[in-house]
Design a protein around this ligand. Structure first.
Ligand code: ZN
Length: 240
């Protein structure tokens, strides 16, 4: 009987008090996205039930580190999309280095607050009668197309047999904003190709995005058509 009570007590302690090694230490960011660094950054998981990394190689090379708060927001957003859009799949791209700092070829991504997300895509023949047959597929990201970054969509968001799923993309951005607010942080801006922005605003969540998210209309140094870039807003310490 004593042994049984002891086992019960041990079980209780294990479940009630998770070991400290499992606890994530809060990250500390310094400076800005274009001149900064980070301490205690955490890695994004390679995959979940509705998302995956753009590259296991890049992940292993340490290019998917992020602020712990941003990681929490990203994973909660995927979780909420799992319920609202169960048939959709998502692919994330580059985040940052373990200690932040210069992250070539990007101009930002330096303090754990920037993440690239590949646009969700559907595959299939895009004509009205077959719309329903289009299937959400992960963006093809491999060595040949520079992990997806070399893919160029046309002005209507098409690339070969693939088409940007603007509905899923808008839902993703909205979910990120809702989860950011819930976590006590915010989204500073989203960078996406100005020519493709109108398609985003025409979606179900387009009005929400227009009202709540800054998406500059100015063309950035690199065309953001195959991915959109998100800068989160967290108060960081001054860069020493
Ligand atoms: Zn970026």
């Amino acid at each position: 009987m004593k042994i049984f009570s002891a086992i019960l007590l041990v079980c209780f302690l294990i479940f009630a008090y998770p070991v400290s090694a499992d606890e994530i230490v809060e990250s500390t960011c310094y400076g800005t996205t274009s001149k900064g660094r980070i301490e205690n950054a955490v890695k994004l998981p390679a995959k979940g039930s509705n998302f995956q990394t753009y590259s296991l190689i890049a992940g292993t090379a340490g290019r998917t580190y992020i602020h712990s708060k941003v990681r929490e927001v990203i994973l909660n957003a995927y979780k909420s999309l799992e319920k609202s859009h169960p048939e959709k799949v998502f692919v994330y791209g580059e985040a940052g280095l373990k200690n932040g700092g210069r992250f070539k070829p990007h101009k930002t991504h330096q303090n754990g607050l920037s993440v690239d997300f590949f646009v969700p895509v559907v595959e299939g023949i895009a004509n009205k009668h077959q719309k329903g047959k289009q299937k959400s597929v992960p963006m093809p990201t491999g060595l040949l197309n520079k992990f997806g970054y070399l893919i160029e969509f046309d002005k209507k968001g098409k690339f070969g047999n693939l088409e940007i799923d603007f509905e899923a993309m808008a839902a993703h951005i909205k979910a990120l904003h809702i989860e950011a607010k819930r976590a006590g942080i915010d989204i500073w801006r989203v960078i996406f190709d100005p020519h493709l922005q109108p398609f985003l605003y025409q979606t179900k969540d387009g009005a929400y995005i227009k009202k709540n998210i800054l998406i500059p209309q100015k063309r950035s140094w690199v065309r953001h058509d195959e991915h959109f870039h998100v800068d989160f807003k967290i108060k960081c310490k001054d860069l020493q």
